[in-house]
Design a protein around this ligand. Sequence first.
Ligand SMILES: [Zn+2]
Length: 459
Amino acid sequence: MPSQPAVNKARSSAGRLKGDQCERDWIWDRAVETAPDDERFAAASAAWDLQFQHLLKGSEFYSRKFREAGIGTAKLGLADISRLPFSTKDELREAVDERPPFGTNAGVGVERIKRVYQTSGTTGSPTVIALTLNDMETWTSIGARTYYATGIHEHAGVLTTFGAGPFVAGHTHFVLTRIGTRVVPVAPGDTTRVLFALQAGLVDTLLATPSFAQYLANRPESADGNAASRALIHVVTGGEPGGGIPAIRDHIERVLGVTVTEVMGIGDIAPSLFGECPSQQGMHFSGTGHVWPELIDPDTQEPMAIETGAVGELAYTHLTREAMPVVRFLSGDIVRIEGTSCDCGRTSFRMRCLARRDDMFIVRGVNVYPAAILAVVGEFRPRVTGRARVVRRGSEVSVQPPVPIEVEVPAATGLDAALAAEIEDAVHTRLTFRCKVELIPEEAFGESGYKTKLTVTRP
Ligand SMILES: [Zn+2]
């Protein structure tokens, strides 16, 4: 249950979050979320000791993997977890193929599996995610911490465009019910119903991808002063990076007159694992006690300290998961640690997602994240819409400049060669590599407004 501080101090609200929604120190699971480091480590260690035994007994996949890595059945504490090998998405898929439908890493008997999601298959064919009743409860409690942190509290009216299934984001419906908000579910991309719900005043909060929120902000119905924008005070973005990119966030906040906070999850781990509080300084890790996070150097694969400014790939270990548990799962998400404490009182680290590992490329020895390009392009609004993508030729990580970039422009801008040159200059100045910008009219850019790929591979 949520817990409030004994004394609510008056504080300035971030954006338009009103009343207790701007009370940054309202925390869902106060004892856990404000625990000092040593307390969190002790609890995680105890959970891990049980989980290690569960893996040795219940997971053919992991007991074999550990044996092959020379790890015996003797106790291996959380402090030594880096002695265990990483797990990759491909390996987990192979484990399923080895004994379908739940694989050699099912972890529990089929009779205990009570919910099955299929991932969106961004990296290949769909994979199956199986949960026991306890696992579902864990997802719901991690999700409640996450969404409560964003400022969604009991009295909020929330329109969610996250589909009820088959994807894990559908679990958000359980979470919102647990928090006790009013929920208005709308199918992804159903702009008509989103606008109706806003104009009719059914909700004050929108959960959507940043692409969809931008699309909505560009619609005339959303212009400042219209009913749709008056009702809305809070947009929570998820599903892709963007809500944390200043140019995109500022645009959504300014046009819709809202506060933007973002959430992030990982299908194999938990669908809502990070939530940004109204301090807007990055997303807090919400999985304390259930998930053990590590930051890994993408080049050397060595563990890194989780400290402010560090950039690395997140890897996760389930501490309490019963069905399909993972150990040192390499997420492919490259993040920057924004801090390890916060005004809100939460003690879990804050981060921003910079890119998928696969989207990252190298120009003349420098790592480049497509989100950084998007941030520069976004500053050219309203002459651009804010959508852009990097064109890759083949799968080489190293890219020779000029890097081809496609930038979407509204009809009013037209194909303005001067604009393309200005963007090229800005990218060169800010990101130190040369690019070749091709302006693409809105109607020709393709893809739905719901989700935008940051890179596209062409022959
Ligand atoms: Zn915070």
